[in-house]
Ligand binder design. Structure first.
Ligand SMILES: Cc1ncc(COP(=O)(O)O)c(C=O)c1O
Length: 368
């Protein structure tokens, strides 16, 4: 019996290689993972303590709508509690948005390449993804606006964009949203928000104050270092939140995730430390790439998209054998690139040494 038409031909999600997998497959003791934009500094130690405290409650379902986290997050974001919805990762919030707003005959507009889950979630609902190529690695907002039709229900803006790391600034985003017709909702995915240091980055929550058709997505998987707990959230007008809540799975933010995120939110020092370390690590990698004349996109996130000039899969495999897991740009729409997460100083060094020896090897092969 065949499954529903809309999922035929849909690719199955391929994550970056895990540490465990690479250690097993290559028999390596020490492996560095710079493939999935996780936080190399782990998470706040306050999380460990919070998890110990709930160990007697593992057999109980969690509170359904994460009231403690909701209160704390609303306070720190200075938004009304009714403007929040939680998901099993922001991945699940993306799915909820598609479930609530998309159906056959409807379109959703997004950049390409961008975070692939917008397209997948759209197709699962039987709607059509309309993909607008990036211009110089950035969202082409004029072309995206031109792609909006009567059939468009959603526009996705990944900011900073994964995989390019580039961003849309406040004025450009504001003017784009102003020009969108009333029947269109804008999803602004800010998974890397806490890493941003550029002053012209949008204050999307202020835009949301006077425009009810914006949904902002954030996550605890990146700077908070809680990827294994799967916790993300959306911020939107209470009416939008109500629609999303209709399609939300019960207890979707599990007890461990609620406790971990609540504790993590209370440790702003850790976030500031990680943001600073990320900028230092980014500088370390960029300076070396500049010296070698290697192109990359300027990034406001915790990763860099780097042009090796050769086949991305080949460069990926070479580095893997050196015990450094990165992401080949090939499956991400940049065939000669690598996407590398900024790690700790010594991890960045290991990546740069591996990249250098790969490039030297390629060059010597060309000469002979
Ligand atoms: C742009 C973007 N959005 C969403 C996600 C999903 O994050 P989460 O772990 O919260 O599901 C990611 C993860 O890499 C991402 O890069």
């Amino acid at each position: 019996m065949s499954a529903k038409k809309s999922i035929q031909g849909l690719p199955i999600y391929q994550p970056g290689k895990s540490l465990e997998e690479v250690k097993r497959e290559l028999g390596l003791e020490k492996v560095i993972k710079l493939a999935s934009n996780e936080n190399p500094f782990g998470c706040s130690p306050k999380v460990w303590e919070a998890l110990t405290q709930i160990k007697e409650q593992f057999h109980l379902y969690p509170e359904d709508d994460a009231p403690m986290l909701r209160k704390q997050l609303a306070e720190s974001l200075e938004v009304d509690e009714r403007r929040l919805v939680f998901g099993n990762g922001s991945d699940e919030v993306i799915q909820m948005i598609a479930r609530a707003y998309l159906e056959s005959g409807i379109e959703s507009v997004m950049a390409t390449p961008t975070f692939p889950r917008y397209g997948t979630a759209t197709r699962i609902e039987g709607a059509v993804p309309v993909e607008v190529p990036l211009k110089d690695g950035k969202h082409d907002l004029d072309a995206m606006l031109a792609a909006v039709t009567e059939k468009t229900r959603l526009v996705w803006i990944c900011n900073p964009n994964n995989p390019s790391g580039t961003f849309v600034d406040h004025d450009a985003l504001n003017s784009f949203i102003d020009q969108l017709p009333e029947h269109v909702l804008v999803v602004i995915d800010e998974a890397y928000f806490e890493y941003v240091t550029d002053d012209s980055y949008p204050d999307s929550l202020s835009l949301l104050d006077y425009n009810p058709r914006i949904i902002v997505l954030r996550t605890f998987s990146k700077i908070y270092g809680l990827a294994s707990f799967r916790a993300g959230y959306g911020i939107a007008h209470p009416e939008v939140i109500q629609q999303l809540s209709r399609v939300r799975e019960p207890f979707n933010l599990n007890r461990l995730a609620q406790a971990a995120t609540l504790a993590a939110l209370k440790d702003e020092t850790f976030v500031v430390y990680c943001r600073n370390q990320n900028r230092l690590g980014m500088k370390q990698v960029m300076e070396q790439l500049d010296e070698w004349n290697i192109d990359y996109y300027p990034s406001q996130a915790n990763f860099l998209l780097i042009d090796t000039g050769y086949d991305g899969d080949e460069a990926f495999s070479y580095l893997l054998k050196q015990g450094v897991i990165v992401r080949s740009g090939k499956a991400l729409g940049f065939p000669t690139y690598l996407r590398v997460t900024i790690g700790k100083k010594e991890e960045n060094e290991a990546f740069l040494i591996g990249l250098n020896s790969y490039l030297q090897e390629k060059k010597s092969r060309v000469v002979t």
